[in-house]
Design a protein around this ligand. Structure first.
Ligand SMILES: Cc1ncc(COP(=O)(O)O)c(C=O)c1O
Length: 392
């Protein structure tokens, strides 16, 4: 029995040696532009609360009222007795927001991706996936038992090569993040759609970081590119721009009926708590009504990117509110993050396996509600410390 624990300890020791050991950092206080950690007040450049609404009074009031009326739990799976009328209404709101026939909520983006992909593909099918897709997509593919072809990140010639290779399979599913979570760049959706139509494939997009931000109504990158109605499976999350928790898939009624019957991560789990679903309802309203938030976040992010590129940082191909600052080495990335912490700026280090080997980076995220002064102040320190550490 002791061997079990010494083996675990040895594995952890290896992680330490490679500067890959992970620890939880605890935040105190409400989610906002500034957070408290270890008694320090820090400018928060690490959250996915892009629109700055996670602590919005409308979300809080909706959640509190739901707790008072419905309690703290769905008490069962949605298909048993865990489906309040509120949930049906919020799914209608989500469908209306995405301009689709129907929508279905999942408890998280992770479980949505795993559930959707395993329901739609299995042995005899083939999935064609961008190499940089989120871990939840990768896990869904692995669990599905379908054949997998990876195409080079956002490389359309390589996608076409894969589509040619995929001839003869029962069904072909292309899956891609819309805004890539660790690189902040954009999937070339119009070209992907052209290819998927040419080769008769189905397309699933993960708008975890696109919805609420891109497109005139905040529906996501597909709206931005004007291709929403040519995407079969539109997945998005509710714990990022929406400031709540959970996820959804939107599309034709027949797709939603199918997933309600087949997606195991939807069927075999307790529904989201009523407080969360009520806050989602309020968030949908804010996202739709307060256009200024997405304009602010994108304008401010563009300014930060500009400044950092001029200073000589490598931001990969970021075009969004997610700004990677490539460092490469794990220890150097941790040092960069820790030096920023010392001056009250919170930018987390992202290391493998979240990103490829030798591609450790800071992942900086901008919120609509950061002030220009706060961002200018952070940029000043990023440049200063970046120079001291010889990153630029
Ligand atoms: C692209 C992408 N998809 C899915 C998820 C998972 O969403 P959730 O945090 O709701 O599980 C994330 C991040 O967490 C993500 O970045």
């Amino acid at each position: 029995m002791e061997k079990f624990y010494t083996d675990l300890a040895q594995e952890l020791e290896k992680l330490h040696e490679q500067h890959l050991f992970r620890e939880l950092k605890s935040v105190t206080g409400a989610p906002a532009e500034w957070v408290e950690m270890k008694g320090k007040r820090l400018l928060n450049l690490s959250s996915n609360n892009y629109l700055g609404i996670a602590g919005h009074p409308m979300l809080k009031t909706a959640a509190i009222q739901a707790v008072q009326q419905l309690g703290c739990s769905a008490t069962a799976a949605r298909l048993i007795v865990g489906n309040y009328e509120l949930y049906d209404q919020v799914e209608k709101d989500l469908a209306q927001f995405k301009n689709t026939e129907a929508a279905l909520m999942f408890n998280s983006g992770y479980s949505a991706n795993v559930g959707i992909i395993t329901a739609l593909a299995g042995r005899g099918d083939i999935i064609i996936s961008d190499k940089t897709n989120h871990a939840s997509i990768i896990d869904g593919i692995r669990l599905s038992g379908a054949e997998l072809l990876l195409y080079k990140h956002a490389d359309m010639a390589d996608l076409e090569r894969c589509l040619k290779k995929a001839e003869g399979y029962r069904s072909k599913l292309i899956v891609t993040d819309s805004v890539f979570s660790m690189d902040g760049d954009l999937a070339p959706l119009p070209k992907i759609i052209e290819l998927k139509e040419k080769y008769g494939a189905v397309l699933m997009i993960d708008e975890a970081h696109g919805s609420g931000i891109f497109g005139e109504n905040g529906r996501g990158l597909a709206e931005f590119y004007g291709v929403s109605d040519r995407v079969e499976i539109n997945m998005g999350t509710l714990g990022k721009a929406f400031g709540c928790s959970g996820a959804y898939v939107a599309g034709r009624q027949v797709l939603i009926d199918y997933l309600r019957n087949k997606a195991r991560s939807f069927i075999f789990t307790t529904g989201l708590p009523p407080a969360v679903v009520a806050s989602v309802q309020a968030a949908i309203q804010i996202v739709q009504q307060e256009n200024w938030r997405r304009k602010e976040v994108l304008t401010k992010a563009a300014w930060v990117r500009d400044e950092l590129v001029k200073a000589g940082f490598n931001l990969l191909n970021s075009e969004s509110q997610i700004i990677p600052i490539l460092v490469g080495d794990n220890a150097a990335t941790l040092e960069f993050s820790s030096r920023l912490f010392d001056v009250n700026i919170l930018v987390m280090a992202i290391r493998p396996p979240t990103v490829p080997l030798n591609a450790a980076r800071l992942r900086l995220t901008v919120m609509a509600t950061h002030s220009n002064e706060e961002l200018a102040w952070a940029v000043k320190y990023l440049k200063h410390i970046g120079q001291e550490l010889a990153i630029i």
